[in-house]
Design a protein around this ligand. Structure first.
Ligand SMILES: [Mg+2]
Length: 353
């Protein structure tokens, strides 16, 4: 079983926490040079403000509806993300951080001691209490089904933000109501092709012939079909979305020497930089985090450091150097570190822009 926790409107919500006077009012977050919208909260979405819209095109709406705009603050989002992830880590035996505001919790066996609904609400309430942020919770037997559950938790307010898909009947019922485009990994382009073949809902895709799907769309889509049918077959290695790249691991053997930690962080930085180049992107913000285990008897330590670069880069050496500066700030001797990672943020597609 997996639980996907995903913070609602992460960037805008982080801003809102420090401006309670803006509760339920429209908020937008702008890109580095204040050129375009990178995020918005629910009231701003309701005004039909879309991500990527140039700021100057919005001046009329902003004045008319009293929309508050913020310059993006990646150090703040990085700090809040680290708090969310540390909270989630204390609630499950293992988590995979998927993006700055999403993580999959591995929760097999938890239903033996706690009802999954109750557990989902407890996770949600704890994140809210510890960070002030609200997240949607989806629980399912595969990554894809927990994503689907999460999507439903956010879409339908009657769910109170938690959807559990542990029974096949419920999975089928929800899939029948879900557009094929809204399935994780399908996307717009592929959904157009699927619809031309009469596959309009998630359920129709789940029931499609797997060999046929493989022949038409390849192994990746076949895996999605398997996952919709409750068979786990997707592994999450290093996820990336257009907005950040995360590389993190739990250590098999706990790290106690800075030399070993440097080596681990260097490896992550290298892989993250490689991924960045594959995506033809450059980043300006690098965050490093280290944590001891929340489950051991030792004193718990968790910290993160943010490095903002003057010029955007995708050069491995520059990224490693920034990561090492960050590590130096947060390293404390005497802890047994269980996890570390690096997050690249604030992307642009041109060098130094
Ligand atoms: Mg989110």
């Amino acid at each position: 079983m997996y639980l996907l926790a995903d913070v609602n409107s992460m960037y805008a919500s982080c801003q809102e926490i420090f401006r309670p006077d803006l509760k339920n009012k429209p908020i937008i977050v702008l890109s580095n040079n204040d050129g375009a919208v990178v995020a918005m909260n629910k009231p701003a979405k309701a005004l039909n403000i879309k991500r990527g819209t140039p700021y100057f095109q919005l001046k009329a709406i902003i004045n008319r509806y009293n929309v508050t705009s913020f310059s993006s603050n990646y150090a703040l989002y990085g700090d809040m993300s680290a708090r969310v992830m540390a909270t989630l880590e204390s609630l499950a035996p293992k988590i995979d951080i998927y993006s700055i505001d999403e993580a999959f919790l591995h929760i097999s066996g938890i239903d033996a001691c706690e009802d999954l609904h109750q557990y989902g609400h407890r996770v949600r309430a704890t994140v809210k209490q510890m960070t002030g942020l609200t997240c949607g919770i989806g629980i399912g037997p595969t990554y894809t089904l927990s994503k689907l559950a999460n999507h439903a938790a956010k879409k339908w307010t009657a769910t109170n933000g938690v959807v559990v898909l542990n029974v096949r009947e419920r999975q089928r019922k929800l899939m029948a109501l879900t557009d094929v485009e809204d399935i994780w990994g399908i996307g717009r382009k592929l959904s157009v092709k699927l619809k031309s073949l009469g596959i309009n809902t998630a359920l129709q895709l789940a029931d499609a012939n797997m060999q046929y799907i493989n022949k038409m769309f390849g192994i990746v889509t076949e895996r999605t079909v398997r996952e919709l049918n409750g068979m786990p077959c997707i592994s999450i290695d290093m996820p990336s979305s257009k907005q950040q790249i995360i590389c993190s691991r739990s250590f098999g053997e706990k790290i106690t020497r800075i030399q070993d930690m440097k080596q681990a962080i260097c490896q992550y930085a290298e892989r993250a930089a490689e991924k960045l180049r594959q995506e033809h992107q450059y980043c300006r913000h690098i965050s490093v985090f280290i944590r001891s285990s929340p489950f051991s008897n030792d004193a718990y330590y968790s910290n993160n450091a943010n490095q903002v670069l003057m010029l955007a880069t995708n050069d491995t050496r520059a990224i490693i150097a920034a990561a090492m500066r960050g590590l130096k700030q947060i390293w404390r001797d005497g802890h047994r570190y269980q996890k570390a990672g690096i997050i690249l943020n604030d992307f642009c597609s041109r060098l130094g822009s």
